[in-house]
Write a protein that binds this ligand. Sequence first.
Ligand code: ADP
Length: 195
Amino acid sequence: MVVGLTGGIGSGKSTILECFKSFGVAVYIADDEAKALMNRSKVIKRKLIQLFGDDAYEDGELNRPYLASKIFNNKSLLSKMNAIVHPKVAAHFKHWLKKQKSAYVIKEVAIIFENNLQDQYDYIITVVADEDLRIERVMHRDHTSIEKVKAIIKNQWSDAEKIKQSDFVITNNDLQEAKKQAYKIHNVLLKKLKQ
Ligand code: ADP
C-alpha cells in the first residue's frame, strides 16, 4: 500500500513524515530523491544541460538557485524539466518499493493534485496549517522574504481544494496535536490493511 503525503510549503510535511517514520513506516521523499538523481544520473545531467545550458551545473553539482529562477513562472520549462526527471524518480521509487518490508509506505510529494497524480496512491494525507504560521516557518527555515514565500503559496493549490480530494487531513498548527492525528491515521491504515 502506497500512501501519498502532501501539503503546501511550510505546512510541515517533512516534520509529519518523521512521525510516521517513528511508527516504523518506510518513507520516501520524492523531492530529495529527485535532487539526488539530478546530481547522480548522467542521462538527466546531459538532458538538463541541453535544456538550461551549462549553468545548470556548477562544479558538477546541480545549480538549484539557477534552475529555480528559470522554472519559476515558466510552466513550459517546468514541464520539460519534469518530463526529464519524473520518469527516473518513478523508476527509482518502484525499485525502492520492492525492497520495503513495512506494512505500508509513505511517499512525500509536494505536488500531487497540481500534477493530477492522485491515482498513483491508495490513500492521500494532506498536511495543512494556518497560512501565517506557514509563512513564518518558511521564512525562518529558508532565510527568505515574506514576498517570496507568499509567491510560492500563490502558485500552489489552496488547502481547501486539496482537502476535498484527500482521504486524511492533518492540521499541523500545534506539533503535539498533529502527532496525535498522525498516530490515529497510522492505526486506521493498519486496520484497512487487515480488511
Ligand atoms: P514542509 O516540508 O511542508 O515545507 P517542514 O516540515 O519543513 O514543512 O516545516 C517547515 C518548518 O517549520 C521547519 O523548520 C519545521 O521544523 C517547522 N515546523 C513544522 N511543524 C511545526 C510545528 N507544528 N510547530 C513549529 N514549527 C514547525
